[in-house]
Design a protein. Sequence first.
Length: 364
Amino acid sequence: MITYYWQQLGQQLARYRFSGHSALVWIATILVFGAIFALLKAVLRMSQGILRVAAQGGAAWPVFLDKAARQTHSWFLATLAAAAACERLTPPDLSRALVGDIVVTALFVQAALWGHAFIKAGIDHYRAHSQDGERSTVVVAVGLIATILLWLLLTLAALSNLGVNVTALLAGFGVGGVALALAVQSTLADFLASLWILFDKPFVLGDPIAIDTYTGTVERIGLRTTRLRSPSGEQIIISNSDIVKSRMRNYKRMRERTLVSTLYLTYENTHEALARTTTLIEGIVQNDGRARFLRAYFTDYQPQGLIFEVAYSVREEYVDAYRDVQHAINLAIFHAFYEQGIEFAHQPVAHTQPLPDPIAKETS
């Protein structure tokens, strides 16, 4: 009895037709669509779970793939399921081409979303593992430009697939791009220079550097300018394009900092006093512990006195405090010379006083 009713229902549904297909075929298509859509959703959720577990291991690629999988939208899966379910319904004419265009356009949009997820994941990964927080500004700007270019390229590809002539659009973009580049030439040069600083890393935040005649500690690295804090306290702002063209010295990356001092001793010092000067200075530097002795030589005779050149290298861990080391060694040398009776030479200071004005004296 039940079989009879099902047969009757099937015959009635077969009589009703819509767009050249019976109602029974449409019902079967809807059921196939639901099954395919449910299968795709299940595969997506299973993949997300696997990637989420793999991302906890610390590797970068599962994190990237997990964020891309999260950007896989249900409308894209529904489009794929509908295209597969309607494969036998669509006649080989304009409708088939329309379905194909819809599927390809959806694929381009979904690819843009995946690409944006990869770019964002790359930015987050860099910011999480970089110790230079200021560079994140440049990284975010690069990510924004990459996202815009990605959407632009995929949009042009989608339009070309739909039959739109994109040659005129590309020509317009080319002329507009040249005009825009000429208008913002200096800004573009600074931005490209900031990319060079970002990837080449000649310096990072906190590095004491010298650029031509300017010296200071790097305080901020921006899209157009880099800011230094000079030893005297003022802020020095230099465009990134000027930095690229300049000769630069990075003092933080020195393994040792060599300091050279010139001592002037009087001619009244005895030969024995001059002979033990080198040994005396070498002992002072070695006892300090923060520097390595290089030389202390009697180098020349000058009218101002006998010239001694002293050189020592401040060890790597004390390079940032080299002034403190120099200060301590200079005090120790002064104290030792005083105890040993070794005299420093000095030039006499001439005090000048203006002569009285004879005319003013006669007038009074």
